[in-house]
Design a protein around this ligand. Structure first.
Ligand SMILES: [Mg+2]
Length: 175
């Protein structure tokens, strides 16, 4: 069986949607994903807002209610019949998120066993055939094939195979 490693934030978890919900409410704004095309969040928002905006990641309530990326549950369940699936998240970036992320995965992806959840730093350590991730930096030391999941910040990246959504993932691996 081939093995697929799947990132969490911006791939199975719509973290950006949750982020914009907090940010827009705090600052009375109406930013959408389109404002972030080709740029990372902290390059776009007002520098004076950055301390507040960074602190969202320190709130358990932020992680607890992140929406599930549409289609990800069904497609991962289907993929599980033919591939070995691991969720690999660079949780070391935000250590306080460990428990909330684990609980979120148990709630929304109960069919992914706990032993297939990997909280890691450098994803180069992951031995899988494929890594589906929105951040191309994780493909640098990865020995399988990186599949780039579209997010606003990566729209100009051209070096990798790309999927726009979970229908694309299904088409790539199952059809
Ligand atoms: Mg990600």
């Amino acid at each position: 069986m081939k093995r697929i490693a799947i990132d969490m934030d911006e791939v199975v978890a719509d973290t950006m949607a949750r982020y914009l919900e907090f940010y827009n409410a705090d600052f009375g704004l109406n930013l959408t994903r389109e404002h972030f095309h080709g740029r990372r969040v902290f390059e776009v928002i007002d520098a004076a807002h950055i301390p507040t905006a960074r602190a969202y990641f320190e709130q358990e309530s932020f992680f607890a209610d992140i929406p599930v990326m549409p289609g990800s549950q069904d497609v991962i369940r289907e993929l599980s019949d033919q591939y070995e699936i691991f969720i690999t998240t660079a949780a070391m970036d935000v250590p306080c998120s460990f428990s909330a992320k684990y609980e979120w995965l148990q709630r929304h992806f109960p069919f992914v066993p706990a032993r297939h959840i990997v909280f890691c730093g450098d994803k180069g350590i992951i031995a899988a055939d494929y890594l589906i991730d929105d951040d191309p930096k994780h493909f640098r030391h990865f020995r399988g094939e990186g599949i780039l999941y579209t997010a606003p910040h990566n729209v100009r990246e051209t070096a990798f195979r790309r999927v726009e959504n979970w229908d694309d993932v299904r088409a790539l691996f199952l059809d």
